[in-house]
Design a protein around this ligand. Structure first.
Ligand code: MAN
Length: 549
């Protein structure tokens, strides 16, 4: 029975091998060689006597003609106790083919496919774990041996993968070449810009010198006008002062009704203007206030101390002084409305005039008069000075232009330098992805991956997009950090952290986002295939058949 099964297996391997060769167009001679190797291995693996659940490579550890010593050396038992369904060794080495030991390992040969080690508690548990069905040798479950079919599809998949990687590697090499070229071009651009910068700086220095020279000439010419204006201003101020003093003296003489050379309280009390509270009479306090709290003042005290508080009241009385307006400014439309209704208002105003005069008005307190700020007198420049000013203005704007040029070049250099520092992979293979964006649509959103920039999520309803993260860093495993990207510090999640995205990269014939999910709220996972990620060595179609074959 066992012999019949063995012959059947050999036949199946032969047929499967021939089909495999035809399918993948492997030359006949080479295929015969491969089939022979597989058959020899099969014969060897089947013929080497070993306890159940032991791999070919470990068969020598179970010599049947000797007592068995546990692998940890803790115990020696007669060989007949190996696989007797009783756990003697703590390391489970005496029960490789039963479920007697809690942490044992059962080895499935899985001839024709990949061998497998399964936990021994799965032996005879009613579930087929090994494709050759050997794990269920004593259970009611009858397991089909489908290793040949599984092996074939695994090899086919491996072959497809190998071809994909092979093609991808070629594309990756091209991308890498382009990436290196891009960086070289940028490097060249920097050298060119450095040269331009030197020239721009030279020009800037020349223009600065020219500006300085003409500004000196301009300054010298304007100095005359500054002094002139200063003198005019001084003169004007002196005249104002004189006028003010004369006015103060005149007022003093007017107030000094008894001509005793003093202005006193009683003299001020006859002056209606000083009725600050508008109650119809000038009180003693009110009069005293204007005399700087004295009973009487002489001419010099009047001019020096009292005049500045008296003058605004007299000006107000004469209608010359207007207290500052504190109401908010009118808007243009309000001003128009006002103009429209101006006539009616004017008329109404005239009618109201009399009444208004009778109305109690809040007494207005004029502020101490600050002399109005004089605008500097502008003396027109002569033709020569005017020309110098224009020349200096031109020199100034030319200098500013040169300064701007230097700044622009510096900024461009800075941008390129930061580009050159970017990590675009082992051989710049990801460089060409910069500046591109790749979309992925699900039912609700359009997701976007813009490598080295950002990830976004836009609702299909048309609402504004949400930033799911900005380029952070490579975050793949130590063996190859370029297998994963992290985008971080995206828009804040409601009542939560900022959004972030992990982008898993794998080998593909073209650049494409193949899936997007949100495993945790506001943490997104993109899968992106790209030839740039075709790193792996081409998979050997027979690699998985080690050990047993
Ligand atoms: C939006 C989307 C979702 C996210 C929630 C969090 O609806 O960005 O992806 O989970 O906000 O509130």
């Amino acid at each position: 029975m066992r012999g019949q099964f063995f012959v059947m297996r050999l036949y199946t391997i032969f047929v499967a091998g021939t089909m495999f060769a035809n399918f993948f167009k492997i030359p006949k001679l080479m295929n015969s060689f491969l089939i022979i190797i597989v058959l020899v291995c099969e014969i060897l693996s089947s013929e080497v006597p070993r306890p159940r659940g032991v791999s070919l490579s470990r068969a020598s550890l179970y010599p049947p003609d000797k007592d068995f010593t546990c692998f940890d050396g803790s115990k020696t038992i007669p060989f007949t106790q190996v696989n007797d369904d009783y756990c003697d060794c703590q390391d489970a080495s005496d029960e490789p083919g039963t479920s007697a030991c809690p942490h044992g390992i059962f080895h499935c040969t899985n001839a024709g496919h990949r061998p497998e080690n399964i936990p021994s508690n799965r032996v005879n548990d009613g579930i087929c774990d090994c494709c050759d069905g050997t794990d269920e040798y004593a259970s009611d479950k009858s397991c089909q041996n489908n290793c040949i079919e599984l092996g074939r599809s695994a090899r086919e998949a491996a072959q497809r993968r190998s071809e994909l990687i092979k093609a991808g590697k070629q594309l990756r090499a091209e991308l890498s070449q382009k990436g290196i070229q891009l960086k070289q071009e940028k490097q060249l651009k920097i050298s060119e810009l450095q040269k331009n910068k030197e020239e721009a700086e030279k020009l800037k220095a020349e223009r600065e010198a020219l500006k300085k020279e003409v500004e000196e000439q301009e300054n010298a010419a304007l100095e005359y006008y500054r002094q002139l204006e200063e003198e005019i201003k001084k003169k004007k101020a002196e005249e104002e002062q004189k006028k003010n003093r004369a006015e103060a003296i005149e007022t003093f003489n007017k107030f000094d009704s008894n001509q005793d050379g003093l202005v006193d309280i009683s003299e001020l009390r006859t002056r209606e203007s000083f009725d600050k509270d508008r109650n119809g009479e000038v009180s003693e306090e009110e009069a005293k206030y204007f005399l700087n709290l004295q009973d009487s003042v002489d001419l010099e005290t009047f001019v020096g101390e009292c005049w500045k508080s008296i003058k605004p009241y007299l000006m107000m009385e004469a209608g010359v002084f207007k207290p500052p307006i504190t109401e908010p400014k009118q808007s243009a439309s309000e001003a128009e409305d006002l103009q429209d209704g101006e006539h009616e208002q004017e008329e109404a105003h005239e009618e109201d005039d009399e009444e208004e005069e009778e109305e109690e008005e809040e007494p207005q307190e004029p502020e101490q008069v600050e002399e109005p700020q004089e605008q500097p007198t502008t003396v027109p420049y002569d033709e020569e000075t005017q020309k110098l000013v224009e020349k200096a203005n031109a020199a100034r704007s030319e200098y500013q232009e040169a300064e701007r040029q230097v700044r622009d070049i510096e900024n461009e250099i800075k941008d390129i330098q930061s580009y050159l520092q970017k990590d675009f992979g082992q051989e710049e293979e990801y460089a060409t992805l910069e500046g591109q964006c790749f979309d992925y649509e699900d039912l609700e959103y359009i997701y976007k991956l813009c490598p080295f920039d950002r990830t976004t999520q836009q609702p299909k309803s048309g609402a504004a997009d949400t930033r799911l993260g900005s380029w952070g860093h490579w975050s793949g495993p130590e063996s190859n950090k370029y297998e994963q990207m992290t985008y971080e510090k995206g828009q804040s999640c409601w009542n939560g952290p900022t959004r972030s995205t992990i982008v898993r990269l794998s080998c593909g014939g073209e650049n494409k986002v193949t899936s997007v999910s949100e495993p945790n709220r506001c943490e997104y996972l993109f899968d992106f295939v790209t030839p740039a990620a075709c790193y792996e060595a081409p998979a050997d179609a027979s690699e998985d058949l080690h050990d047993e074959l």
